[in-house]
Write a protein that binds this ligand. Structure first.
Ligand SMILES: *Cc1c(COP(=O)(O)O)cnc(C)c1O
Length: 404
């Protein structure tokens, strides 16, 4: 069964740019990554609305393909997964530890695992667990050098002692110990080996303190592809499940991964302009000969970066055409050339998608603006309608596709 669902949450507000998400690409990527990684457990990271692909739909596709954990940064996203009926283990690592937090209580009630990186966080989660009347599952986070979440090595003994105490009084259980590498995207960097050694020491200390974490986890996508020896019990894959490059030197296609997300828009106007015509604001582009321009109804309000101007990055009529002049808020122009090349109003321009089809990849867009594909896909505005192409879920215990 193939299934196509259209999200029309904002009818009438959007002209006709379209985001298509091929969930079978996500499933295939998850299967491929599971083959590549020696870890027993596989977390699909679905933070940031699944990197802009759609939280619940991606979660179903990833679970159906063999992921057995889901990860979100924001705790509220973990709750959304539960409300959507997803029962697989979920870990969240970003929330405000406030004693009055309904979200934390709801997380405990709904078996959402929470990361804990300080005694203050631990106290809040344990307090919520006592109020709810059940034990909270936590993953202790070591700050191995990223200086983001987590406890530094010098604060680790205090944290594990507090966690052990809370375990003994029944308010929580330490299910995991984890860290996130500062140099994750440069897998060969020597700081990674040092951070992993510190992590191993932290796990040993936790065991000596009486904790029995089932899961040690460190690796994100780049390490899955490049440092399988960092796999431990579980890997946390984000970019790679979306078919994007987790590091400059790691080409997703070489690993059998492909992008899931395609952004298209119709050409809404084709017109001829004479030589010497200034195009878009401040006439940053001026035609040197008579040209045909195509108008594309997407702009920086939709997440099209201004820096893309001048790049031959839009696929139209079987070729690449350049963006000409400044990108406007809702629209930009492409330069079709001295002839239209057969391009007509209503034709579909592919902004980015699967490079196998000749389209630019999100990674190509990212490098064109001095960034990476992740920034491009995460910028795509929620106002654009999403269409989901779903693989067959019939064999999956996680069940039916979610129709947005
Ligand atoms: C985002 C994130 C990941 C996934 O990283 P990718 O490079 O996208 O695979 C894993 N772990 C944590 C803690 C993250 O924040």
């Amino acid at each position: 069964m193939r299934h196509f669902a259209q999200n029309t949450s904002a009818p009438g507000t959007v002209l006709s740019g379209q985001v298509s998400v091929d969930l079978s690409a996500i499933s295939d990527n998850v299967r491929r990554l599971r083959e590549l990684s020696p870890a027993r457990h596989f977390m699909a990271v679905v933070k940031g609305n699944a990197y802009g692909h759609g939280l619940v739909d991606v979660a179903h596709a990833a679970l159906a393909a063999g992921a057995d954990w889901l990860g979100t940064a924001q705790l509220t996203e973990a709750i959304i997964l539960r409300r959507a009926g997803i029962t697989a283990p979920v870990l969240s690592w970003l929330y405000l530890a406030s004693a009055s937090s309904d979200v934390i209580r709801e997380a405990v009630e709904n078996d959402v695992d929470m990361s804990v990186g300080s005694v203050a966080q631990l106290d809040v989660v344990a307090g919520a667990a006592r109020e709810v009347g059940r034990s909270a599952a936590i993953h202790l986070e070591l700050d191995s050098g990223l200086s983001r979440g987590g406890a530094r090595m010098e604060d680790w003994p205090e944290l594990i002692a507090a966690a052990r105490k809370a375990e003994l009084n029944g308010s929580l259980g330490v299910r995991g110990v984890w860290t996130h590498l500062a140099w994750a995207d440069v897998p060969a960097h020597p700081a990674n080996a040092a951070a992993v050694a510190a992590f191993e020491d932290a796990v040993r200390q936790a065991r000596e303190a009486g904790l029995e974490p089932e899961l040690s986890h460190v690796s994100s996508s780049a390490n899955i592809l490049d440092r399988p020896e960092f796999a431990f019990d579980m890997v946390r894959a984000g970019l790679a499940i979306y078919g994007l490059a987790p590091a400059d030197h790691l080409d997703p296609a070489e690993f059998g991964l492909r992008p899931a997300l395609t952004v298209t828009a119709p050409v809404v106007l084709v017109k001829k302009v004479p030589a010497g015509t200034g195009v878009s604001y401040e006439h940053q582009a001026i035609t040197h000969e008579s040209r045909y321009l195509g108008l594309i109804p997407l702009g920086y309000a939709d997440g099209i970066p201004k820096g893309i101007s001048g790049r031959s990055i839009v696929q139209l009529g079987g070729r690449r055409v350049p963006v000409i002049g400044k990108v406007c808020m809702d629209q930009f122009m492409v330069d079709l050339g001295p002839e239209t090349g057969g391009v007509r109003v209503g034709d579909t321009a592919v902004l980015f998608g699967d490079p196998d089809t000749g389209a630019a990849s999100a990674d190509e867009w990212g490098s064109a603006i001095g960034s990476h594909g992740d920034e491009i896909i995460n910028r795509i505005a929620p106002r654009l309608p999403r269409a989901y192409e779903c693989p067959d879920y019939q064999d999956s215990p996680e069940g039916a596709p979610h129709v947005p």
